[in-house]
Design a binder for this molecule. Structure first.
Ligand SMILES: C[S@@+](CC[C@H](N)C(=O)[O-])C[C@H]1O[C@@H](n2cnc3c(N)ncnc32)[C@H](O)[C@@H]1O
Length: 219
């Protein structure tokens, strides 16, 4: 948001959102999200870039197969918390304050990209996926957990109706994005994808996809 209203929003609710984020998600994490994150991240290795790392919920779940970790996060309120979490984690990582659509990172230099609950929030998901295809090596992996547009028409209609108020409440998150279609339409090839439910979450953000995609054609 670049308008003066946007700046006021960022300085007030945007700031509060980052402060409340971990507490707001605690029950969901404990009811299964954290386990899903751990399972997903067991597939991360080599040079890893995480998009929209937020407060660092994934930080302690990366294995020793990760040789280098770069955390991309544009929100100053989130990066403050991310820095604190990183400092107390004992893990080495570089925080890059930039949007996922334009990452100041070398082309074809990463083995794995991680996106958890972030493609719902980036202003331009297609540009983000194109940027990812630039920074990943050919054959590089995208690992994702994202809440998405419902496949049930009734819930999808509610997601469309409530998209605006939800976006306002949830710091820019769109509850009705068809993220799988965006990935499928890109230069990534989707691998196995699980369709699940986000535990203990409002119905608007319950439909969840968890899986991976490989840059280029697998054959
Ligand atoms: C719902 S939070 C998810 C945080 C974290 N990935 C997690 O799994 O808990 C969405 C994150 O996306 C970040 N974000 C917003 N716009 C972004 C952009 N253009 N590029 C990268 N991250 C962005 C927000 O600042 C926020 O940290």
């Amino acid at each position: 948001m670049h308008s003066s209203m946007g700046r006021i929003y960022d300085a007030t609710w945007g700031r509060a959102f980052s402060a409340l984020y971990d507490r707001g998600l605690k029950a969901t994490e404990e009811a299964g999200l954290r386990e899903m994150r751990a399972e997903l991240l067991s597939g991360a290795g080599g040079r890893v870039v995480e998009l929209g790392a937020g407060t660092g919920a994934n930080l302690d779940l990366y294995s020793a197969a990760v040789e280098e970790l770069v955390l991309v996060e544009p929100d100053p309120h989130m990066t403050k918390r991310l820095r604190e979490r990183l400092a107390s984690s004992g893990r080495e990582a570089t925080i890059v304050e930039a949007p996922a659509e334009r990452m100041p990172l070398e082309s074809a230099s990463f083995d794995t990209a991680v996106a958890t609950l972030v493609l719902c929030t980036v202003p331009d998901p297609s540009a983000t996926i194109i940027e990812l295809s630039r920074v990943l090596k050919p054959g590089g992996k995208l690992l994702f957990i994202e809440h998405v547009r419902s496949e049930e028409p009734r819930l999808a209609r509610w997601q469309d109706r409530l998209e605006k108020p939800w976006r306002f409440l949830a710091d820019g998150c769109r509850c009705n994005r068809d993220t799988l279609a965006t990935i499928a339409a890109s230069s990534f090839t989707l691998g196995a994808v699980e369709h699940e439910r986000m535990p203990k979450a409002p119905p608007l953000v319950e439909p969840l996809v968890r899986g991976s995609a490989v840059l280029g054609n697998r054959n």
